[in-house]
Design a protein around this ligand. Structure first.
Ligand code: ADP
Ligand code: MG
Length: 590
């Protein structure tokens, strides 16, 4: 809210005006009512000064200009005050409108930026659907509850306070009665409010779960149909929705308590006021009939103000549940960043793993005392059984995460001393599954910098993309979600073109072959070989053809390099690598 402090202050000012006018407008009713009901003989001694002067000036006007003229004048003044009240009320809302949207927009941006700054490991723990719910439903909830409540939060207490002061000056005894409502209702409201927040938190959490399930169902749709799992998935989803519905029923039932509680308390006091005030009037003491009506009208204004305030307090509890979910994301600690810049000269040296270990959350090391030197400008192929830690090694090399003990150094400098962004500017990562945006070919390929047409065409040519990409470029056609308008091989080559465009010093490849037919595989292979030339390259290889030409081959098993050498060296050794080659398959994972 801080950036909007000025506007909030302005809105509060208009709210203050609204309160003044709305109390004044009822005060102005008193002379009208007195004129009409004409209750002479009421003893005004001891009454507040403003009541005496008001009565006197109305009386004076009545004597000089006549009762009807006085009535007209007082009615016009009252109308003027009502109009002023509504103008200032609208002005307060007008000022608040950009605050409401502004806060929501800022939150949205902050969530986006936070997600993008997370470490790979933090990111992997996120459930997409649940996270998106936070950026949508939870933010809407905040807008509707807290920010809407904000309008009333300034106005209503002021209204209550101002009205009470006026009432007090009209009749202290009656007003004290009215004040008795505050602690009683306060206690009641707070108790229900607390349990409301808990229910709301459960409901929003469950909403996140259902959204995650929806997201998964949409993503995995073909496999669900193919295994005829629609009914099982539907039943599972039904349970999830049901749970959410149950939580929501609780939320509404608790929230809806606020108005009845406020109204019963308010009307109870109002009736007591009418009873006691009626006695005062009937006995001709300190209060005219007109004043009692004004008192009651004022009191009637108090009830919605109380109701609004209770609603606002309840809404804030409800919104708090959503805010807690949003701040859970925003309070995630961002990974520490180094401050050294990576220079091109660093890449004249190789990267070196020294006794490195790394574990995901489980604490079971996936990389376990690993030693490996990646020759600068040369290609290192990683082979080995599935689950051995090859992809994890690539993630470490991509600077997504750092070894927890031992070291991963570039030119004898630990990777975590480098500024992450500056390190990544020198790396090109081609994941096993190409990650593409529903955007133009040009935008997908030139992600790493501003668009340079000739560089783009070079990258596309080198990655053998021109044959299909030229038409896309000419028409600026979007390639569909995840690039689903392209074939597997085309997607893969586009992903390679992206690495070409970035012109990285370190190239990280998770070879994909499964999705490709023979011809695309050959084209992808050509593209890769062109890309690898002259760069420090680490490739998780599934094809003998790639591995054979690598400058060194590391056989990775259980988080360690157990064999290292060239193709012929390792064949001679007749160890695990040789066994793989003889089997004719390099990696069951492919
Ligand atoms: P490879 O690529 O050689 O098949 P990976 O590096 O993908 O092996 O995985 C190595 C081990 O790490 C596996 O046993 C796998 O279960 C585990 N692993 C991979 N990713 C995660 C993760 N995000 N959280 C926990 N464990 C993981
Ligand atoms: Mg892998």
């Amino acid at each position: 809210m801080r950036p909007f402090a000025g506007m909030l202050l302005l809105a509060s000012f208009f709210n203050l005006l609204t309160v003044v006018f709305s109390i004044g407008s009822v005060g102005a009713l008193i002379p009208i009512l007195n004129l009409v009901f004409d209750t002479p003989g009421t003893d005004l001694t001891g009454a507040a000064q403003w009541k005496v002067s008001l009565a006197e000036s109305v009386q004076a006007m009545k004597e000089s200009r006549g009762a009807l003229y006085t009535l007209q004048t007082v009615v016009m003044i009252t109308l003027g005050i009502f109009i002023a009240k509504n103008v200032s009320r609208y002005a307060a809302l007008w000022v608040l409108a950009p605050v409401r949207n502004g806060v929501v927009a800022n939150f949205k941006q902050a969530l986006h930026d936070k997600w993008m700054s997370m470490s790979f490991r933090q990111h992997q723990k996120l459930q997409k659907g649940d996270q998106l719910t936070r950026a949508t439903a939870d933010l809407t909830e905040i807008e509707w509850t807290m920010l809407k409540g904000m309008e009333g939060l300034v106005r209503d207490p002021l209204m209550i306070l101002g009205t009470l002061i006026l009432l007090f000056s009209m009749s202290p005894r009656l007003t004290l009665m009215a004040i008795a409502i505050i602690p009683i209702s306060g206690g009641l409201i707070a108790t229900v409010g607390k349990s409301l927040k808990k229910s709301a938190q459960e409901a929003q959490g469950q909403l996140g779960n259902t959204t995650s399930e929806l997201e998964e169902a949409l993503t995995n749709f073909p496999i669900i149909q193919s295994y005829v799992a629609e009914h099982r998935r539907a039943a599972r989803f039904g349970q999830s929705v049901d749970l959410w519905r149950k939580f929501m029923i609780n939320v509404y039932r608790k929230r809806d308590l606020s108005s009845p509680i406020a109204e019963v308390l308010g009307v109870g006091v109002l009736l007591a006021v009418l009873y006691l005030g009626g006695q005062e009037v009937l006995n001709g003491r300190s209060l005219t009939g007109g004043e009692l009506v004004a008192f009651v009208v004022l009191f009637y204004q108090l009830i919605p103000a109380f109701k609004n305030l209770t609603n606002a307090l309840y809404d804030i509890q409800k919104g708090n549940a959503s805010a807690a979910r949003i701040f859970e994301v925003l309070d995630e600690e961002e990974p520490k960043d180094g401050n050294l810049q990576v220079e091109s000269s660093h890449w004249e040296h190789g990267l070196r793993f020294e006794n490195a270990t790394f574990a995901y959350e489980s604490g079971i090391p996936v990389i376990n005392g690993l030693h490996l030197y990646l020759l600068p400008g040369k290609t290192t192929a990683l082979v080995g059984p599935s689950g051995g830690g090859k992809s994890t090694l690539l993630h470490l090399l991509a600077g997504f995460d750092y070894p927890q003990s031992g070291a991963l150094n570039l030119a004898e400098v630990p990777l975590n001393s480098f500024k992450r962004a500056s390190y990544r500017k020198h790396t090109g990562w081609v994941p096993q599954q190409p990650l593409l945006f529903n955007d133009t070919v040009a935008a997908n390929v030139s992600m790493s910098g501003t668009l340079d047409k000739s560089r783009l065409m070079n990258a596309l040519e080198a990655a053998h993309c021109l044959e299909f990409a030229e038409e896309y470029i000419a028409n600026e056609t979007l390639i569909g979600e995840g690039g689903n308008q392209l074939s597997g091989g085309q997607r893969q080559r586009l992903s390679i073109a992206r690495a070409f465009y970035a012109d990285p010093s370190l190239l990280l490849l998770d070879e994909a072959t499964a999705a490709l037919d023979n011809e695309s595989e050959a084209r992808v292979q050509e593209a890769l070989i062109a890309l690898m030339k002259g760069r420090t390259t680490v490739v998780v290889a599934h094809r003998l053809s790639t591995v054979q030409h690598a400058d060194q081959i590391a056989y990775v098993e259980a988080g360690r390099v157990v064999e290292l050498g060239t193709h012929s060296e390792l064949l001679q050794k007749a160890g695990k690598y040789a066994a793989l080659v003889n089997l004719g398959t390099l990696n069951a994972e492919a």
